[in-house]
Design a protein around this ligand. Structure first.
Ligand code: FAD
Ligand code: FMN
Length: 772
């Protein structure tokens, strides 16, 4: 085969050398526009996994690379006058020039033809090539020649960064955060050879412009950064090797995804590799790793399918299929890490204390969890747990400290024993809105199961406010009496507190029980519906009446009566349901609220009625007990509310006296396209808690202690609500404690003999589990 790699970066060079080594008969050329040894950039970071495969595929170059590696374990963070360090993180770094030199030399030794100082225009410059590798980096001409084929999706990210170097040697991956009068700057610093460290400085567009960095030349920017980071530089200077960039050398990161990676141009097969096909932000340092992994995978596919020309289409297809998965995984983690650095100034730096700031930074990609941190640096994590427990008001001794999810939490005068909440879940099992033995056993057993706060399902303010005929209600004394039975049972038999979620179904009312057809209108016995606007939920749903002021007065009085009855039950906590497309949510969302009066249009207008209800409830609910608000923080549909809108509403509720925002999402429109996944709604809670400054509950796909601990520890929420896992296991918190080896969490005294056996069995299973 005749193979031409356009671009002699890590991707092109490594692929060329692997293919030549495996099949010396191939004619392989690498065409590079720069001179040999001439490159922009400083050090790159590798992972252990990539090194393992490089050793397998070409031990010669791997050995040289490993010789040149700088290995370090520690991360150090300078923040608000503190210097914190943790260990066990295992990075290796190498100079980009050194890496390319090793690869170039190895290519020469294997007889790969290296052509420098040749600027290629397109793949068509090489009509006799069987295979053209587009390894020409982010601004790939090869890719840009066929935009309709490769479908590049490039997003320019908002932050600015400048990639510098320094002679000062750092023995840890160092992050330094500095506040200026115009905002925060951060530097990412790591040593990559025995003389030099990479020094990347990053800030927001606003701070960059406010400091006039757009008008400064490179020397001006360097002087600015030297001054700002003088403490960490300790007299060392910064330098650039990007003199070819004219004007300001501050760049924006471009995130690239391609719809397709290969193409047949009539003569040759063309395939993208490395940065030409995808990019991953430097916050997790994986760009070079991805380029190398691409080169390895394409080579592996030739090994599997055969090195003949007619195998090329199958090779390219499986290469793309396999690499796409890994690239998406890394891009996801890189996105989380990148976004953390984009918002750090306005979200975390001013509000979090140094230990929590450090924790948040270490877990920014959400690939590193609480228990993972324990494996990396037990002493550091235990120190953090002690700090967190102390902040939560626990007496901290030398024993194993309670992990964050098991620390107590106080709101107004209500003290929760831990941070786990049984999330509200409709059970469709009431008659006439009255709680019965089912609810008492169901919710009572969850209280015995260890959660700190037990919510019952949405409890409706009138018969016509119910979702289904099986929903709970709180409009009469009998209902309040049965509710009180539950509250009394939980208070006398457990340490849990009880929350009532009060709501009105709005246009989603008068439907069948879930197991008879969720959201489907009742076949008989339906009642008239009301909503912000006269828009049915489903095509076959009843058209609701758009509420007029008289309806609003009536429904407000209903909410007030339910609140009064809730006081009689002795419950500890109220939640106002403003999510999931129900009545109050229908006012908040622009999809369901098309009103042109003072209750529609702007955020202020859309929130007017929900706030009116909230204020009326707050005025009578005891001052020592909290009220939370459940919001749909994302409608997941075009034209719907986004987390930005949710933050605006959260601020309004905060100003009206709400104590906490319970951050859910969706169920407002049937057109929604939610992106599910582990902890998928936690970012909304993180945003609202840290940007608006109000406590939050995170909810949604939180299914292990490790998830909850990571969320609470990083300050992404104050509490974690767990719904479906509590259906599967009423004692979810007690069992999760046992699974992480925490034996100090009390079980109900009646169940004590089960505790030791459960813990012993778990410990035995752990020691006899086959090694992975
Ligand atoms: C600030 C910053 C920090 C980074 N830090 C890290 C890190 O720590 N770890 C990490 O793994 N990655 C890091 N990266 C990313 C990394 O540099 C790239 O992801 C990696 O180099 C991709 O390799 P590549 O071979 O695909 O492309 P490149 O390395 O970009 O190579 C492409 C080559 O093609 C040549 N070329 C382009 N057009 C033509 C043409 N028309 N004709 C001939 N030649 C051409 C270019 O001169 C270049 O040599 C960082 C990037 C930035 C911007
Ligand atoms: C059966 C069921 C009923 C639910 N009913 C309610 C409800 O009454 N009120 C509410 O706000 N959310 C309700 N939800 C949503 C949950 O409270 C929770 O937000 C959601 O299930 C995501 O959490 P999970 O991933 O832990 O299940 C319900 C969820 C389930 C599974």
């Amino acid at each position: 085969m005749r193979i031409v790699c356009i671009g002699g970066g890590p991707a092109g060079l490594y692929f060329a050398l692997l293919m030549k080594k495996l099949h010396p008969e191939h004619s392989i050329r690498v065409v590079e526009r720069n001179r040999p040894y001439d490159t922009f950039g400083w050090g790159v970071v590798f992972s252990d996994a990539t090194m393992i495969s490089m050793r397998q595929w070409d031990p010669e170059s791997a050995a040289e690379i490993e010789d040149a590696f700088n290995h370090w374990d520690d991360i150090e963070v300078l923040f608000k006058g503190t210097r914190q360090r943790t260990s066990g993180h295992g990075f290796v770094g190498i100079g980009r020039k050194k890496l390319l030199n090793i690869l170039q030399k190895r290519c020469e030794a294997l007889d790969v033809e290296l052509i420098f100082e040749t600027d290629v225009n397109s793949d068509l410059d090489y009509p006799d090539a069987d295979l053209v590798i587009g390894s020409d980096g982010l601004n790939s001409r090869i890719r840009n020649h066929y935009p309709e084929v490769f479908q590049p999706d490039m997003i320019t990210r908002p932050n600015r960064y400048i990639w510098l170097g320094t002679d000062k040697l750092f023995d840890a991956f160092t992050f330094d955060f500095r506040r200026t009068e115009h905002g925060w700057f951060q530097s990412h610093i790591y040593k990559f050879d025995d003389k030099t460290s990479t020094f990347i400085v990053e800030t927001t567009e606003e701070a960059y412009l406010a400091h006039g960095l757009d008008k400064m030349d490179q020397d001006g920017s360097i002087a600015f950064c030297e001054n700002l980071f003088s403490e960490v530089l300790d007299g060392a200077s910064l330098m650039t090797n990007a003199r070819h960039i004219r004007g300001s050398a501050w760049l924006n990161f471009n995130r690239l995804i391609c719809g397709k990676w290969s193409h047949f141009n009539g003569n040759s097969h063309v395939v993208l590799m490395g940065d030409a096909a995808h990019t991953a932000h430097f916050a997790i340092g994986s760009g070079t790793k991805l380029a190398i992994d691409d080169a390895i995978e394409l080579t592996r596919q030739f090994q599997i399918h055969g090195h003949e020309k007619d195998k090329i289409p199958a090779v390219l297809e499986t290469y793309e299929e396999i690499r796409r998965v890994d690239v998406a995984r890394i891009q996801n983690a890189a996105r989380n890490a990148m976004e953390w650095f984009e918002v750090v100034g306005r979200r975390y730096a001013d509000t979090l204390e140094p230990p929590q700031f450090m924790y948040s930074m270490l877990t920014r990609s959400q690939r590193i969890s609480h228990e993972n941190l324990r494996l990396r640096d037990k002493d550091w994590l235990e120190g953090f747990e002690r700090w967190f427990a102390d902040k939560s008001g626990l007496a901290v001794g030398n024993d194993r400290c309670l992990p964050p999810m098991f620390t107590p939490y106080r709101l107004r005068d209500v003290q929760l024993i831990n941070r786990i909440v049984v999330s509200p879940m409709a059970m469709y099992s009431a008659a006439d809105g009255v709680m019965n033995d089912f609810h008492i056993v169901h919710l009572g057993s969850r209280a015995l199961g260890g959660a700190g706060l037990i919510f019952a399902e949405m409890t409706c303010v009138t018969p016509d406010a119910r979702i289904t005929p099986g929903c709970l209600g709180l409009w009469n004394e009998e209902q309040a009496r049965q509710w009180k039975r539950l509250v009394d049972f939980i208070h006398t038999s457990s340490a849990a507190k009880v929350g009532i979620q009060i709501g009105h179904a709005g246009r989603k009312g008068a439907t069948k029980l879930a197991w008879e057809g969720i959201d489907q209108p009742l076949a008989e016995g339906e009642w008239p519906l009301i909503s912000a606007s006269a828009i049915p939920y489903l095509r076959n749903s009843q058209v609701p009446k758009a509420m007029d002021r008289a309806d609003m007065e009536r429904v407000k009085a209903d909410f007030i009566r339910s609140t009064e009855l809730a006081i009689e039950t002795g419950a500890d906590w109220l939640e106002l349901h403003c999510a999931h497309g129900y009545l109050l949510s229908s006012f908040l969302s622009p999809i369901t609220n098309l009103r042109d009066d003072e209750y529609g249009g702007s955020h202020q207008n859309r929130a007017r009625y929900p706030l009116e209800i909230f204020r009326a409830m707050r005025a009578i609910w005891p001052a020592d007990k909290p009220i939370s608000i459940r919001l749909s923080c994302h409608d997941w549909t075009d034209g719907g509310n986004t987390p930005e809108d949710a933050a605006i509403f959260a601020r309004m509720f905060k100003e009206a006296g709400a104590d906490l925002i319970d951050c859910s999402s969706g169920q407002v429109s049937k057109e929604e396209k939610p992106v599910y996944g582990r902890l998928f709604q936690t970012p909304f809670s993180d945003k609202i808690r840290n940007e608006i400054g109000i406590p939050t509950i995170a909810v949604g796909a939180i299914s292990e202690a490790d998830h909850a601990n990571s969320i609470i520890a990083a300050g992404r929420a104050d509490l974690c609500a767990v719904a479906r896992p509590h259906l599967a296991d009423p004692a979810w918190p007690l069992h999760e404690a046992a699974k992480i080896g925490l034996t100090s969490i009390p079980w109900p005294k009646q169940y004590l003999s089960g505790k030791t056996q459960y813990e012993t069995n778990l410990a035995r299973a752990a020691t006899t589990a086959p090694a992975k």
